[in-house]
Design a protein around this ligand. Structure first.
Ligand code: NAD
Ligand code: ZN
Length: 360
């Protein structure tokens, strides 16, 4: 049907991404990659009450001999901690999970990153099936194998590369997602169009209303195209020696905004990336790499999707610049940006002139 998609991810440990409405109830699909008798469902306090019973019932029906436990962590980025990672490990120990156990990460990117990292570490790595329930997790964090937790010194500083065994994205789960979280995920979707797929930008423009209304077919196609791009890029550059950095378009500015405003309120990650992409486009135009018309068209698209395009009030350019200098990826070679060459083309540029950055 037009709502079911699969994306094959190659590389050293291939896996499949399944996309479509109702997949969280598909026990045969959920159990397909299971090797052993132990399954731990990790979820957060918002998602578990909505979906964990269904996942557990579907798994039980498909594989009655399975020993299933559930571990629920409080929701939010502030909970992506070593302490809560330890809690997932404790739950695996309590379950008596063996080398062939499987972790099911049911939730957004916070759950996926933390549960994936626990799966990477338990007995030096067990399977993890990602069950993303936010659009951001479906198009970004569940694909590519990066797992991590935060520490007070910074986000994602402790982690591992651990590709999932499978990704199962139930687009119907997006119906309970707050609209603001949906739009945040759409910012990352637009990012794929901006960096590698000009046609996709036109498609997004044409399907804006359907996507914002939660249309299953439109969402499934947007997710599949996004995952295919992320999979192709991470397959060619799994450890971010080159091309994978393009996925950070808008993120140097975005991370600075997130850090400077404090992570508690203000713009969320996708919104900060939306602002960051426009700033990167304007910086690129300033440096003669993109046209001002392209930057303006990107601004119009972001606005159509209900995304912010301006730096929040009260954030001083000098303070943001200071944050960018601290960015872990900027330190080696001066300020490093993903710059834009117009729809579907981007490149990494080191030693970007600070005066040009301040000017935009
Ligand atoms: P999140 O996991 O905090 O989810 C956002 C909110 O939505 C939470 O409150 C959650 O409880 C709620 N929620 C999730 N699914 C829901 C649903 N279906 N219905 C109702 N509520 C729901 O945040 P996120 O935006 O999904 O992920 C952000 C995280 O992802 C960050 O920690 C970031 O570092 C990480 N990330 C990782 C990668 C990677 O490659 N590993 C890439 C991008 C982002
Ligand atoms: Zn991002």
């Amino acid at each position: 049907s037009d709502t079911l998609h699969t994306v094959e991810v190659g590389g050293a440990t291939p896996y499949r991404i399944h996309i479509g409405p109702g997949l969280l109830d598909d026990g045969a699909l959920l159990a397909r990659t299971l090797r052993g008798r132990h399954a731990l469902i990790v979820s957060d306090g918002n998602v578990a009450p909505l979906y964990a019973d269904r996942v557990e019932a579907a798994l039980r029906a498909a594989k009655p001999e399975l020993r299933i436990a559930r571990h629920v962590v409080a929701a939010g980025e502030a909970e992506k901690t070593l302490a809560n990672f330890g809690g997932v490990i404790d739950a695996l120990a309590a379950l008596g999970a063996t080398r062939d156990a499987c972790v099911f990460a049911l939730g957004g990117g916070v759950t996926g990153d933390m549960a994936g990292f626990a799966a990477a570490c338990w007995m030096r790595s067990i399977d993890c099936v990602q069950l993303p329930t936010t659009l951001l997790a479906m198009v970004d964090s569940s694909v590519g194998g990066k797992t991590a937790v935060d520490i007070p010194q910074g986000k994602n500083l402790v982690g591992a590369f651990h590709p999932p065994r499978a990704v199962i994205a139930d687009t119907a789960a997006l119906r309970t997602l707050p609209p603001r979280e949906l739009r945040a995920g759409l910012a990352e979707v637009i990012k794929y169009g901006a960096i590698v797929d000009a046609d996709f930008l036109h498609w997004l423009d044409a399907h804006c209303d359907a996507l914002l209304a939660g249309d299953d077919a439109a969402l499934a196609e947007a997710i599949a195209r996004s995952c295919a791009h992320k999979a192709a890029i991470t397959e060619r550059d799994p450890f971010e020696h080159g091309e994978r950095a393009l996925l950070n378009l808008g993120h140097t500015f975005g991370h600075a905004i997130e850090a400077e405003q404090g992570y508690a309120d203000g713009l969320n990650h996708g919104e900060a990336v939306a602002v960051g992409m426009l700033l990167a486009a304007r910086l690129s135009a300033t440096l003669g790499l993109a046209s001002w018309g392209d930057a303006e068209a990107l601004r119009a698209l972001l606005l159509r999707f209900g995304l912010p395009v301006d730096i929040p009030d009260g954030l001083a350019p000098e303070a943001l610049l200071a944050r960018m200098r601290l960015d872990k990826k900027a330190q080696a070679s001066g300020l490093r940006f993903i710059l834009w060459n117009g729809p579907g083309a981007a490149k990494v540029v080191a030693d970007v002139d600070e005066a040009a950055v301040l000017a935009v």
